[in-house]
Design a protein around this ligand. Structure first.
Ligand SMILES: Cc1cc2nc3c(=O)[nH]c(=O)nc-3n(C[C@H](O)[C@H](O)[C@H](O)COP(=O)(O)OP(=O)(O)OC[C@H]3O[C@@H](n4cnc5c(N)ncnc54)[C@H](O)[C@@H]3O)c2cc1C
Length: 516
């Protein structure tokens, strides 16, 4: 006889851990089963070369302040090496721009651009807050019931509360592309290039793609408390967030097992009954919450035959092909990027010289090719957190786009050549980088899929776009975390409000389980 109180969480990514912590706090008997040897999933800090550590997700800007406070993450050891990192928009000749939250610095900037930057920050922050206000809500259903209608009414009211002019502007730009919005507001090409990158990081889109304003707003929608879009660097990499969450979950009574890959979600009649691990061990539970992505959960772990054909087809159609690669370099010393001081080397650097450059970089991926001239978001975390490398050495961590999941020539053939392209790109800005490199690791979306068990290797477990957002995420009729099989829930980035190290999907899923 299965206890109604027992919950199995499949996967110890940060959302699985948040979900486990809230459920354990509410008195449920929770077991987290993580296939990897450590918790954290895409945000785990791992050794990529002897003595050098980095996390795949490398910057913290979305972590929900309420979750952080309620789970006492600080008391469980989470500490920032730095918050409020600036962005250095790199130029090949070293005439870089420094983009802070309130000010811009650099050669070639006019007063118009500085004023436009303040206004852009004002309206984008205001619009991002509308999206941020939805993070901790179970999305309403589109039906005639009172609770759902009230929730939909509240959303409409939030938009109306922007004020007449801003509401019009919000509705005008929300579905269009960042290229047009930046073109309307700014002159400086380097500034526009750098800002457009924020709209396409982790997405399968270029600056001219629809939805790119929405993804820019999502990136700015964090409620971390250091200002809209503020970027922080936790000591120990993003894995420290997961470690603190795991400590909170354990303190609340959850059991966390690593090296425990779930092979099958078991059914008992028309509801879930537990899971079977690789190796054959079976664990019974009345509720199974999956932190794995929607495709893996429904198609591989549960099996499509347990859901209606139409539902299975919607999951198949969920767009989830990653286009971001991750580079980790173990360096002999601090690399010198042209025009970047040693202190600035601890900030966030981006290679996106113009919007046209970013768009051209994206074009290749439409045809199954990697970018010949990629874009990159680069940090050297060891400037502010030296513990990630041996004394005097450094780590370079870079998101590099575009690298399509389904490379035409295949990644086994293409990876070495793409790594060479990326090293060549870096060398144009930091000429001695090759000589300083002791070891390099490039994770393609295919590697990310395999290593982190995320179908498609996508940043958000599935494209974050208006057609896969809120009550449409992951698919219509499954946006309240409950799957069509009784007792089965999702809690990962493939559900509302999407990816990024935020925790809201895990918390919302816990609420849905408790309300069931
Ligand atoms: C290249 C890249 C860079 C990124 N950079 C950033 C960034 O800088 N900042 C940011 O906020 N976000 C970033 N992201 C996005 C962020 O990492 C993810 O959106 C987020 O970590 C997802 O968390 P999650 O808990 O939902 O899922 P995951 O982290 O994917 O965790 C799911 C867990 O489930 C486990 N699992 C899956 N199947 C099974 C199974 N069968 N049995 C047991 N366990 C299983 C996996 O091993 C994994 O640990 C980046 C993503 C990528 C790909």
């Amino acid at each position: 006889m299965i206890s109604d109180n027992s919950v199995i969480v499949v996967g110890g990514g940060h959302n699985g851990l948040v979900c486990a912590a809230y459920l354990a706090k509410a008195g449920r008997k929770v077991t987290v089963l993580e296939a990897g040897e450590q918790v954290g999933g895409l945000a785990a800090t791992r050794e990529f070369a002897p003595g050098f550590r980095a996390s795949c997700a490398h910057l913290l800007y979305l972590l929900d302040a309420e979750i952080s406070r309620e789970l006492g993450l600080q008391s469980h050891g989470l500490e920032m090496a730095s918050d409020g990192l600036r962005t250095i928009a790199l130029a090949e000749d070293g005439q870089n721009l420094v983009i802070g939250s309130d000010n811009l610095d650099g050669a070639g900037l006019g007063d118009e651009d500085r004023a436009a930057w303040r206004e852009y920050r004002r309206f984008m922050s205001k619009f991002a807050a509308v999206i941020g206000g939805l993070h901790n809500q179970v999305p309403p259903r589109i039906r005639q019931e009172r609770g759902d209608l009230v929730a939909l009414g509240k959303l409409a009211l939030k938009i109306r509360m922007l004020g007449r002019d801003d509401m019009r502007e919000f509705l005008r730009i929300a579905g269009i592309n960042i290229y047009d919005v930046l073109q309307e507001n700014f002159e400086n090409p380097l500034l526009k290039g750098a800002l457009s990158l924020d709209a396409v990081l982790g997405a399968n889109s270029g600056p001219r793609s629809n939805n790119s304003v929405f993804t820019a707003l999502h990136r700015m929608s964090g409620t971390g408390g250091h200002g809209t879009g503020a970027v922080a660097l936790p000591i120990g990499g993003l894995g420290s967030v997961a470690e603190a969450l795991a400590a909170a979950a354990r303190q609340a009574g959850a059991e966390i097992r690593t090296g425990a890959a779930v092979e099958r979600i078991l059914t008992d009649g028309d509801r879930v009954g537990g899971v079977r691990l690789a190796g054959g061990e079976e664990l019974a539970a009345a509720t199974v919450v999956s932190n794995a992505d929607p495709k893996t959960t429904i198609l591989d772990l549960l099996g499509a035959r347990h859901v209606e054909a139409g539902f299975a087809q919607r999951i198949v159609n969920f767009r989830a092909r990653g286009n971001a690669a991750k580079l980790h370099l173990a360096l002999d010393g601090l690399p010198e990027f042209r025009g970047v001081s040693a202190e600035q080397a601890g900030d966030r650097m981006v290679i996106a010289p113009t919007m046209e450059y970013v768009e051209r970089a994206f074009n290749h991926s439409k045809y199954g090719e990697y970018s010949a001239q990629p874009v990159a978001e680069i940090i050297i975390p060891t400037v502010r957190d030296p513990g990630l490398a041996p004394a005097g050495k450094h780590v370079l961590s870079a998101v590099v786009q575009y690298a399509p999941r389904n490379l035409k020539q295949g990644w086994p053939e293409g990876k070495t050549a793409f790594t060479e392209v990326v090293m060549g790109l870096l060398a144009r800005y930091a000429p001695a980088i090759r000589e300083q490199t002791l070891a390099a690791e490039l994770l393609t979306p295919e590697d990310i899929e395999r290593e982190f068990r995320s179908a498609g290797g996508h940043w958000h477990h599935g494209e974050l776009s208006l057609d896969q957002f809120l009550m449409l995420r992951p698919v219509p009729k499954a946006a309240q975390y409950r799957m069509p099989v009784e007792g089965l829930f999702l809690c990962g980035a493939g559900t509302h409000p999407g990816g990024g190290v935020m925790g809201s999907a895990g918390r919302n899923a816990a609420r849905a389980v408790l309300a069931n």
